[in-house]
Write a protein of this length. Sequence first.
Length: 223
Amino acid sequence: MEVQSSPIVDQPLELLAETVVAEPPAEIHPDVALVERAKAGDTAAFEQLVRQYDRQIFRTAQHITQNREDAEDITQDVFFKAFQKLNQFQGNSKFSTWLVRIAVNESLMRLRKRKTSKTVSMDQDVETAEGSIPRDFAEWRPNPEQNYSQSELAEILRKTIAGLPPGFRTVFTLRDIENLSTEETAEALGLSVPAVKSRLLRARLQLRERLSRYFRQNKEASK
């Protein structure tokens, strides 16, 4: 009795292996198609990108500059520059990360024009009006949720973040508020991943110390 061979079994082993382990093509991010359409002159595609990311860019600019009017101006400048330089976007990173990088640069330029911050190394201990950056985590006392409403806590946190040095505030904003990954934050700021981790730790330490000091002082004042 003649046994018929299977079409799969008759394939060369190399081809069979490729058939078994072949993976589906990676999904293309929807922004890529919009960017390509915008590059071709489709203004509606670029307007859609603006609608998708204008709030994120505004929040980033406002957290860095601590000024709503500046943030509004910066948001407009970011998208104007992005439209002008659209051909420079190669797709090596997310389009949103590319926009954030422009927003950070514009925000820091605005701060330099104000001349409100000194040039210091963000990777060294910094002396501020409230002392140097702490090396250890401060103890929470009292538990803030027991004494403050959510709106009060939000305002306290906003003011405390505003008091961070610009370099720390920028990293904290991108990582802990806008939820960019460490790698995306590093790319947006032109820093190494270890530098981002170091600055983020220092920002969190200083923020925690300042909040702890605030709650401690208010508890003592209320006695």
